[in-house]
Structure formats: C-alpha cells, structure tokens
Write a protein that binds this ligand. Sequence first.
Ligand SMILES: Nc1ncnc2c1ncn2[C@@H]1O[C@H](COP(=O)(O)OP(=O)(O)OP(=O)(O)O)[C@@H](O)[C@H]1O
Length: 282
Amino acid sequence: MSTPILEARSVSQLFPIRSRQRLFARTVMQRAVDGISVSIHPGEVVALVGESGSGKSTLGRMLLGLLPPSEGSIHFRGEPVAGLSGDAARRFRREVQVVFQDTGASLNPRHTIGQSVALPLQHNLRLPAGEVGRRVDTLLDQVGLAPARFRERLPHELSGGQRQRVGIARALASEPSVIIADEPVSALDVSVRAQVLELLDRLRRQRQLAYLFITHDLGVVRALADRVLVMQGGQLVESGEVDALLTSPQHAYTQRLLAATPVPDPARQAQRLAQALAGRPA
Ligand SMILES: Nc1ncnc2c1ncn2[C@@H]1O[C@H](COP(=O)(O)OP(=O)(O)OP(=O)(O)O)[C@@H](O)[C@H]1O
C-alpha cells in the first residue's frame, strides 16, 4: 500500500483541567485523546465520528500540526512532523489544509474575496504577480463563484454558503493533498449543504484529494467516506469500511449513534420519490 500522506501514531493529548473541591483547587490532566493511530492515504476519505467532546477536533488539530501531541507522533509522508524544517515544513503546511465549520467567517473582513484567495498563492506557492490573478479566477470558478461577480466583493456581501465556498477556494489555493474538514457543512442549510458536499466530492475526484471528515452527520459519512473511525471518550472504539460499519456496527456506542441518527437508505429514498412522483396529477 502507498505511504500515507498523514498519519497519527499512538497520539494522546492531555489538557490540564482545574477542579475545585471545597477550599482546595487542584489541576488534573484530562486525556482528550488517548493513544489513537490513524492513517490517511492519497485520495481517501476518512470520516471521524463521535459524540460531542470525544476528542475529534483535538485529533484534527494535532494532525494539522497546530497542537503537538503529548504522547506519540504525527507523520507527513512518512516523516515525523516535529522534525520538519525549512522546505519540508513549508511543504507540510501547504499540503495539509483545513476547512472548518465557519471557515468563511474567518476571512479578513477588509480583504476582497480575490485578495483572500490570492494570499496563499503568493505566500505558499510564491507565484509571480501576473499568474496570481488568473489562478484566483480559476479557483473561484471551481467552487462555483463567477469571478467577475465575486472577485471584488467583501465577505459581508456574501451568503454563508458563498463564504464557505471562498474558504474552500482559499484552502485549495495551496494545492493541498489532504484537507482536514471539521464539520464543514453543519452551519449551512440543507440545500447549500448538498451543493458544498457535491463540490468537495468533485474536487476529490478531480485532484486526488484526501479528506479527514469530522462530522456528526452519518448521512454525510455514507455519501462521501470510504472508511469510518468512531471515537468515544478520547479513544477509537470502532473503525472499518463505511458500508460494513453502518450496516452492522459492532460496538455498542456505534449502535447507539446509528439508532440516534438514522441514516437515510438511498434505495428507500429513491423508491419513496418514485412513489410520490407516480401519485402526482399529470
Ligand atoms: N484547549 C483545551 N484546554 C482544555 N480542554 C480542552 C481544550 N480543547 C479541548 N478540550 C477538551 O477536550 C475534550 C475533547 O474536545 P474536542 O473539541 O476535541 O471534542 P469534539 O469531539 O471535537 O467535540 P465537538 O463534536 O463538540 O466539536 C473535551 O472534553 C474538551 O473540553
């Protein structure tokens, strides 16, 4: 099998938590992530699910290099991230990008959309000025925003779904090989959500992009992922191919998760739709 683009080897993250019992305050260490190993291969979509507080985002931040693991190590193309410097460190920062729930909201309010997308092209790819404008337009086009209409606008002049598309264009500008997508569509309404998911899926096919998709939405998992990892209390409690795991979950927690959020069965949905259409007046 190919070398993973990104890998966590037995990583843990301990956070100090202050607790107060009567007069005494003391600090205890909480294991937010506890000995997890994950690998992401080129073009693969790995979904990370689990209840709130189970450690998903903390694992994502460690994989992004934003938070050094308390134990274990993160590897980029086989090399430990902690030891990267110079060009190798720049390559890691360029190839591993993030899209989060409100990526669009993190755009600089005083920068036009064109300027925001241009920044990584100038800094990460160091493209010549003449090339940057052309590349910005291509990227806006790819995420479904007509460059002539959107290039000169400010973020507050866009809808939430449009801003999220700009956030995705900005992540793509660095020509990543993997995107950590932390609840990228959960702030969007249902129809915009479907469009953004379709966009992420298309980009994956066009660019051989890999994703780690952090989500509570098992419908999203079924639609996009190849493999699922289930976290509970900082630990990995189950993992496997999507179809197998969603059809016959083994761990009690995964069974509860599925029972709490029924995943629409595409065949049954198509059947219902066909029935509804058949019943329509001609
Ligand atoms: N900087 C921090 N300092 C202390 N504790 C933290 C910090 N970041 C996260 N935690 C704790 O670590 C645990 C895991 O948090 P994390 O955000 O990774 O969970 P999550 O699974 O992503 O949750 P959600 O689905 O709600 O986003 C939680 O108990 C959280 O309170």
